[in-house]
Write a protein that binds this ligand. Sequence first.
Ligand code: BMA
Length: 324
Amino acid sequence: MIVGCPLPNIPWEDRPSTYAGVVWRYSNNPVIPRDLNPTSNSIFNSAVVSFKGEFAGVFRCDDTRRFMQLHVGFSRDGIHWTINPDRIQFQGDDPEVLRWEYGYDPRVVWLEDRYYVTWCNGYHGPTIGIAWTRDFETFYKLENSFLPFNRNGVLFPRKIRGKYAMLSRPSDNGHTPFGDIFYSESLDLEHWGHHRHVMRPNGGWQATKIGAGPIPIETAEGWLLIYHGVLTSCNGFVYSAGVAILDLDEPWRVRYRTEPYILSPRELYECVGDVPNVVFPCAALTDAPTGRIAIYYGCADTVTGLAFALVDELIEFTKTHSRV
Ligand code: BMA
């Protein structure tokens, strides 16, 4: 059972009768093509939320210079998107913090009274950038959450034990061949501490490194965390997705974790692109009364796909296929 709000207009398609998986793809994937904007090389690993009865998002748009940028987008139905042609220009007090190198893999969360965006932000190497907005027009950038090198900063949607909470994945300056998920707390969204280890790679599809995906979904059973895991094949990295259930009050305690993946590159648009064999979930919309979940994920570092799941099935699958 999802602890959250109704979203009656959540994008949705029933599971095809011929398909047995616990996560199924939208029949018209990809929902966002690589060249939706004239200057985009690729649009993927992006985050969407419900906004004023419709949908808004922050999109990773690598441009035709192959610079990694963040753009705002809007949609009536969560499927057909318009993406601003210009990248987000962040506001703030300190020019040092505002100096822009690059940004990628955004996540967006409604937290208390505004939307927060976290992303992998270039500051002498990748680290976690954080900003807030109320209208998806003006974005105020805060201090980087951590020192380089870090990626996959994902906020929880409410305070835990009276503090803001974030998952992240300390890494290196390259195509990191390792990586565990950690938990950190903050009183002010600027100073982070109380770091706790959450989970490490676990063999198979998640043997090399792992990273948090969409904002954790609160359920009666714990935080449902969809995350990505990476296998190193003789032809490079393969990115798949799995699920963990984290303790509600002490989220660094992993209750269950899927040994099989729930989504892995199969379709052509996941297997062929600028980086082949990548599914990379960054957002999930939820409708609490029906338990519907709509997952947005990057495909082959090129386009954005949509997939669906039902919360009770995901929890059941995670519990019955768990190896922590
Ligand atoms: C990771 C990030 C992701 C990307 C993935 C596969 O390190 O850069 O944005 O999807 O590699 O290339």
